[in-house]
Ligand binder design. Structure first.
Ligand code: ADP
Ligand code: 5GP
Length: 340
């Protein structure tokens, strides 16, 4: 039987090595690939694969790209339209450009005058977005103020790939879906000082028609009720005075005393030559680099630690650790190697 393949598939390569990690996934190492594209997992019996099998009713396998190191917990920010979410997020991104990255959502609403496709949103046709939702490409989606909005899995992953912490600006329904998903995040709800001030801010922004303002205000009351009573959110902040609210936000994110220059953890890299062989000892994958049987007295060894894997299809598999041992003696069987 040919299974249906889910997830982002690796591009063709010069060859590959493979080793079963356990009964649920196979590690595939591409030969001659760049460091961010050489480690892949083919999932055959993970929770995601089982869910998909149930949904689709056929055999499923799923690809997931492997990443060294962990991503920081994303930050989900919700609150009624006009409360100041975008303003607070802009301040955060401006002060900490190397620490935070914005998850660019998809929406079926029309762009505002200053909005750029791919930067503020991926503006899309409803039929295209509905098909992508069906294909499992979205972490969450919701109908908000009459339009479809959603966070693609890729939107969150590209931010983490860059070693940044992802910020999601999504509505309460979306926050609820993310809470129920496997993505561990911090959830923050922003509330206005009063409905009157919310209305003033929406009007002052000047980006909606009167009808749209009315719709957003009508939805705001229910959103505030849900946001402040549902238990979804870890923190609830009042956006009365902007600078105070921003200060509180930074405190909740543990950013006190952090300056723009000392705040980034870059993803670590791995440099694999085409010539290598792979074996597994417990939770360690031993990658012998060099030509096997070449008669050389020593080869280099790269060890991939797969004991703390996180995530997986349909997104990346993170939590891999890697270290190298220069010049080990022949005859290694998983014992007697010394790390430097
Ligand atoms: P959201 O992203 O939640 O829809 P915005 O960030 O676009 O809201 O803010 C709506 C309007 O309110 C903007 O014109 C913004 O400048 C203004 N605003 C944001 N925070 C405050 C505040 N604390 N006091 C007064 N005006 C604010
Ligand atoms: P706006 O049209 O003002 O940009 O956004 C309207 C509402 O949609 C806001 O409450 C915003 O948080 C929400 N929103 C934006 N992107 C997403 C998304 O990807 N998913 C969900 N669920 N809501 C979103």
């Amino acid at each position: 039987m040919i299974p249906t393949v889910r997830g982002e598939e690796p591009k063709p390569c010069e060859g590959h090595s493979a080793v079963a990690i356990n009964e649920d996934r196979i590690l595939v190492i591409k030969k001659g690939a760049t460091s961010d594209d050489c480690i892949w997992f083919l999932e055959v019996d993970t929770q995601y694969v089982r869910e998909q099998k149930k949904k689709v009713g056929t055999e499923i396998v799923a690809w997931s790209r492997g990443f060294i190191g962990n991503a920081q917990k994303p930050v989900v920010i919700s609150g009624p339209s006009g409360v100041g979410k975008g303003t607070l997020i802009s301040l955060l991104m401006k002060e900490f450009p190397s620490l935070f990255g914005f998850s660019v959502s998809h929406t079926t609403r029309a762009p505002r005058e200053m909005e750029k496709n791919g930067e503020h949103y991926h503006f899309t046709e409803r039929s295209v977005m509905e098909k992508e939702i069906k294909d499992g490409k979205f972490l969450e989606y919701a109908s908000v103020h009459g339009n479809l909005y959603g966070t693609s899995i890729e939107a969150v992953e590209v931010v983490s790939d860059a070693g940044k912490r992802c910020i999601l600006d999504i509505d309460v329904q979306g926050a609820k879906s993310v809470r129920a998903s496997s993505l561990e995040a911090i959830f923050i709800f922003i509330r206005p000082p009063s409905m009157k001030q919310l209305e003033e801010r929406l009007r002052a922004r000047g980006t909606e028609t009167e009808d749209q303002i009315q719709k957003r205000l009508q939805n705001a009351e229910a959103e505030i009720k849900q946001g402040t009573s549902s238990g979804i959110f870890d923190h609830i902040l009042y956006n009365d005075k902007l600078d105070e609210c921003y200060k509180n936000l930074k405190e909740r994110l543990g950013l006190d005393g952090i300056t723009a220059s000392n705040n980034q953890t870059a993803p670590r890299e791995i440099d694999l030559p085409v010539d290598h062989s792979v074996s597994k000892v417990d939770n360690k994958i031993l990658i012998k680099c060099g030509t096997p049987g070449s008669g050389k007295a020593s080869e280099n060894l790269i060890i991939l630690d797969v004991s703390s894997l996180k995530g997986g299809a349909p997104g990346r598999t993170r939590g891999l650790d890697v270290y190298a041992i220069d010049s080990f003696s022949d005859g290694l069987n998983g014992n007697g190697c010394q790390c430097r």
